[in-house]
Design a protein around this ligand. Structure first.
Ligand code: ZN
Length: 141
């Protein structure tokens, strides 16, 4: 059994190409003995994003705090997500997450442990960006 306080888990900067102002806390990971699913807490600070991408595994997402935009490029639409919202991204469905200048968001993601990186296509050539000094007061709304 593992029992932790999420506040005590350190955040890692998301370094996928094109990711901006995004951090991840690996709450339950394969190093804990999880062999089918992992649980991660993501945070997008203001002007943050993960660029649209798709992969052969699904995301199950719960919005804990704040707001953000879910980009669905194939449907050419954007959905506003807020605390309490739940989304399921089926395998191979393109998706991205975005926060505006006055938005921030914390969300939990459940994903399978088997996530072949070669199947995770970020549609961006940009380097990741992270500014430690960026305000995240919007997350407290
Ligand atoms: Zn994804």
């Amino acid at each position: 059994m593992k029992h932790i306080r999420s506040q005590e888990v350190s955040s890692d900067i998301v370094r996928e190409p094109g990711a901006k102002q995004a951090t991840i806390k690996r709450l339950i990971d394969t190093t804990d003995g999880a062999d089918r699913f992992v649980l991660s807490l993501f945070e997008l600070k203001p002007n943050g994003s993960t660029p649209p991408h798709y992969h052969e595994w699904e995301h199950e997402v719960f919005i804990l705090q704040g707001t953000m935009q879910l980009l669905l490029p194939h449907e050419k639409r954007t959905v506003t997500l807020q605390a309490g919202d739940v989304i399921f991204i089926p395998r191979n469905e393109p998706h991205g997450f975005l926060t505006g200048a006055d938005e921030a968001c914390q969300f939990l993601v459940v994903a399978p442990t088997e996530r072949p990186p070669i199947r995770n296509y970020f549609l961006s050539e940009e380097a990741y960006q992270f500014d430690e000094t960026a305000s995240c007061t919007a997350a407290k709304n």
